[in-house]
Design a protein around this ligand. Structure first.
Ligand code: ATP
Ligand code: MG
Length: 138
């Protein structure tokens, strides 16, 4: 399980038609796509996904943004997946993201930052199970 992470290409990147370019970077970095779907979160589902941030001042804005348009959710596999994927996406705030990272290239602000990546092996499993049944994870 420690070789898997979960990602979402967020509504801002979907709207700008950056989905293909971002998936290309993910594959080029050596991640195998285990499961993938494009869907749209309701405000309720977005709130549930980011429930850990419910007490933060940006929570309402985050829920509103994450339910504003389609997203692409995927489970990814690679050795050291969680840590390596966080490196590939870059810092939460694109102004602080390293050159060549997905957020440096495609995020427009700390809120609308193009892509999500799990922060632990445990959360990768929880988040993958949020979108995909066990039958869909092979
Ligand atoms: P993600 O969990 O989406 O991969 P992250 O782990 O880099 O992002 P978190 O601290 O988990 O960052 O915050 C979750 C998301 O909440 C961020 O990606 C961003 O969309 C939003 N967010 C975080 N901080 C702020 C903020 N100060 N203002 C507005 N939105 C924020
Ligand atoms: Mg996070």
């Amino acid at each position: 399980m420690s070789n898997r992470t979960f990602t979402m290409i967020k509504p801002d990147a979907t709207k700008k038609n950056n989905t293909g370019a971002i998936l290309q970077m993910i594959n080029a970095a050596g991640f195998r796509i285990v499961a993938m779907k494009t869907t749209k979160l309701s405000a309720e589902k977005a709130g549930e996904f980011y429930a850990v941030h419910a007490a933060r001042p940006f929570y309402a804005e985050l829920v509103n943004f994450m339910s504003s348009g389609p997203i692409t959710a995927a489970i990814l596999e690679k050795e050291n997946a969680v840590e390596d994927f966080r490196k590939l996406i870059g810092a939460t705030n694109p102004a602080e993201a390293a050159e060549g990272t997905i957020r440096k290239l495609y995020a427009s602000s700390i809120g609308e930052n193009a892509i999500h990546g799990s922060d632990s092996n445990e959360n990768a499993v929880i988040e993958g199970d949020f979108f995909f049944s066990k039958l869909e994870q092979f």
